[in-house]
Design a protein around this ligand. Sequence first.
Ligand code: NAD
Ligand code: WQD
Length: 342
Amino acid sequence: MKQPCVLVTGGAGYIGSHTTVELVAAGFDVVIADNLSNSELSAVDGVRRITGREIPFVELDCCDRAAMTRLFDQYDFDAVIHFAASKAVGESVREPLRYYRNNLTSFMNVVELMQATGRPNIVFSSSCTVYGEPDEQPVTERSPRKPATSPYGNTKQMCEDILLDTVAADKSLRGIALRYFNPIGAHPSGLIGELPRGVPQNLVPYITQTAAGIRECLAVFGDDYPTPDGSCIRDYIDVVDLARAHVAAIRRMIDGRCRERYEVFNIGTGRGVSVLELVRRFELVNGLKLNYRIAGRREGDIVAIWADPTRANEELGWHAERPLDETLASAWRWQRHLSGLD
Ligand code: NAD
Ligand code: WQD
């Protein structure tokens, strides 16, 4: 019998590569499509080494309608996970049109081609950024979405809305939006992980690059917030756990277990961790001292946000499992691999 097959757009990227590994481990065939605008072929090689499978890779831009049409004609897949998007918040403020074009056009191409070719199931990469600064913690899927504070965040809200409206209009389509909190860490093999371009904007890659001596000093953005230690609080979700949430979402759709044809799930641990806690944990777990200093607040930062993952726990049967210490060890292992320190 043919194994179910999933098209993973953006599958050469950080979360897409880890998700491909977990899909293959769960018995799915996968086709990866990526334009390598924020990734490298080495990630696909890493996925192939971990899985021992010659996973097909198609280099294409999801905004290129003709190339996408050929992809949909060529491969026999049952579901799509759409990761392909630009994701740098600051860059999206400087270059909004590039973000709107890339994130919206690629997404609409995928959904339209799914409709045209009778593929019913899509998982969309959304983000906790849609909640903005929440009034209550933890946030549930019923917490209000706040006005987006960046073009990037706006594209996530818009894609969610496009999916909701399209599913409402087309009874043959099913969509699941996964709202990721802060994905961190790397595959335990040390063969795939995050590949930040230039100076990292996100906390953990900045920490690991500082530990590796690539950056001189980590700036902790603010210690005067109304939190127990004054630094911001986030819900750091291990990337392998996050990858498994996609497998659970795909299974739910393919097995016909969706309660609604459009569903939203928070994917987080349910635990808030402060920046300073994370730094100290990183030092402890990896037995090193990190050069860091307290700096001013970063404009636009949310004070605190963490997930209520109950819906994902109960409906998807998914739980965050990997202990934070293991995740932080994996992030450092990956950095050492990248920096040739082993
Ligand atoms: P990433 O940049 O590592 O992966 C995205 C991949 O998509 C890259 O390989 C890139 O080359 C590719 N891509 C971008 N535009 C494309 C296009 N037009 N056609 C084909 N490929 C294209 O990012 P990631 O961290 O793996 O994020 C994956 C998804 O998850 C994105 O949609 C992102 O917005 C979302 N997300 C990420 C985070 C996070 O903190 N990493 C949090 C919430 C949501
Ligand atoms: C985490 C904490 C910083 C860097 C972003 C996007 C969001 C989502 C996840 C995609 C904050 C602090 C950081 C540094 C620091 N992505 N920090 N020094 O801002 O929660 O979310 O990524 O959807 O949309 O906005 O993540 O990793 O940038 O920051 O002190 O050098 O670390 O102030 O409190 P953030 P982050």
